[in-house]
Design a protein around this ligand. Sequence first.
Ligand code: ADP
Length: 736
Amino acid sequence: MSKHLSLIEALLSAQDAAPSHPPESSVIQICDFADEMPGGFFIYRADGAEEIIYVNKALLRIFDCADLQEFQELTGNSFRGMVHPEDLRAVEESIRLQIAKSQYDLDYVEYRIIQKGGSVLWVEDYGHFVHSEAVGDIFYVFLADATEKHHFQEKERSALLDENILKEELLRVQAEEYNEVLEHINDELGRRLELIGGLSIDYESIFHVDLDEDIIQPYRVSDREEYQFGKDLQVRHFVGFAERYIETWIYPEDRELFARAVDPNYIRQTLSTRKSFRTDYRIVKNGRTEYLQIFIVNVGKTEKVTQIMVGCRSVDEGIRQEMERSRILENALSQAKAANIVRNTFLSNMSHDMRTPMNAIVGFTSLAKSHLDEPERLKNYLNLISEASSQLLHLMDDVLEISWCESGDAGMEEAPCSLMDVAKSVQREILPIAEKKNIQFSISFQHLEHGDVCTERRKLEQILVRLAENAVKYTEPNGHVTVTFAEQNASGQFASYQFRVEDDGIGISEDFIKHIFEPFERQKNTTLSGVPGTGLGLPIVKSIVDMMGGSIDVSSRVGVGSTFCVNLSLRLQEDMRPAPVEMPPAVLSQQRILVVEDNELNMEIEVELLEDAGFLVDTAENGKIAVEKVMASQPGDYALILMDIQMPVLDGHGAARAIRSLEDPVLSSIPIVALSANTFDEDRKMSAESGMNAHMAKPIDVPKILELIEQILSQRQSEREGTSWPGCPESPGATS
Ligand code: ADP
């Protein structure tokens, strides 16, 4: 340090020396040495204005100054004047900090200077701070031109910067591409998750299981499993995960089944041959059994089964529906079986009951053919044939009637009706068959104060006729059958009646009574004894009674007799009916009837029967011809038309409508009676709607149709003569 100082002091003294006192030669040598240094060298004061106290020649060259004076003018002879104003503050601060830190009071700074000519140079400054008692605190500094080096460094820096920018850009592009791919993957992942979510919507719990790692990762869990996996769906060990679930929830009988389904060995073994398997099990929830299903799928790609998905879902509704379906099926099956048994019984009865009259018809017809010349025998055969035919017809009527009742289309049509008339009809029907069997038949009345009611007369008659027919049928000759009309009480517009049909016939066993109203059921002794029947009469009666809102009871003792009681509440007529007038006798003969019928055989029978009864008969093969014939006729030519319904070209309804719309009032009002094989209420209604006066069943029942024709013609006659005949013409089996 002292060496430095003495050197500095020498330099300073040399610079300050007056020309009259030239410095010592050693000092001159030092100055020369300093001036000869290739780099700049200067000394300045560390305090105050940082006055420069020494500069060498090289420094003057750096500043492009010819001499010290020029330098001093340029810099103000201070360090601050040397440094570029923009760099000064940083340079001073840097020097201060370096000196404070440096053990050897050294500093290094780079900065710009402005040459005399105005050019800017970069310089390197190696400074050394020195404290001297003699000269105070000073810096002596070596300064070198670093412009080139700086430019070179700048270039390198900018090249590096460019390279970095390039790299950064590359990274940015790559990052963008990566982001795009990532976004795409995320979208796809989202879609797949939505898809999985959608497909697995039925599953209340879904897990992924790694069998090798023994890990179960939940994705969705039901309330029952939440306590195991927590709300944040934590990963658990697979083996044993279900132990608590099994114990808490699963139906004791199904626990083993479930435990096996989640056993890794069982899973591996089962999934080695197929992609998935399901196991149904039951849980108990709020005391109610619920059906669930565990579904396990192999989702790994390796051959070894390691990655699986496990889903649990409720199959309660499905299983219950299935159970309900099979219950319904079982019921249907047993019903079908029962119906089958009933039908088979019916068919065997039917075949017996049909064969009997058919055999009679066929047999007696061939007998009749071979005895044409023996009138007595022939008559007998024909009687037997007609008896068998009516049996057959009866059977068919019953079958049609029961199917009509069972179809649910049947309805009630109330109209004013006299119970006395009903009684007469029943008597008219039953008396002949009872007499034939030598059975005493009677009708009695008890407290019948209200005989005029509103009901469907045909149905009430049907009930009583069928019950009375049975009574006659199942009573031995010399027996008794009674039909009683009893009024029980009346209040307001209604009165309740009991219609009793009693016999002292064969009776009905207790066992059979339970089945007596079931279709096709017949008591064994009746079938064995060969009494014809279908087992449909009583079901028909029961259906009609039900339809009328009534009830039917039966009491019977085998060998003593039976009583059928029908209870009905009937609306009373508001006594507005005028008293009936006696019908004047009709003049039947010489009246012309137009028979409209497409079936040749039927036509022949009808024509013969009517001619036998004294009518003149004209014919038409279809409705169109009938209309043409009526149009071509003179008013009064045809007294009545018997109209078939089903016919080609124009059917009976169409023909009736056409006739009713004729201009001539006499022609358009010719009475028309429908003759049809279809005799349901619906058919009767259609006939009435198309303007026909009555509807009768085929085949023709001669007495009935003659009675009907007589009624209609008498009515016409009395109308013409100005006598009114109230009500509609009616006869058994015919309605208006
Ligand atoms: P069908 O008389 O055509 O056989 P029903 O339905 O009218 O059919 O009667 C069913 C069965 O009930 C009859 O076969 C007969 O065995 C029994 N039955 C009906 N009415 C009587 C009666 N009054 N007395 C004895 N048995 C009867």
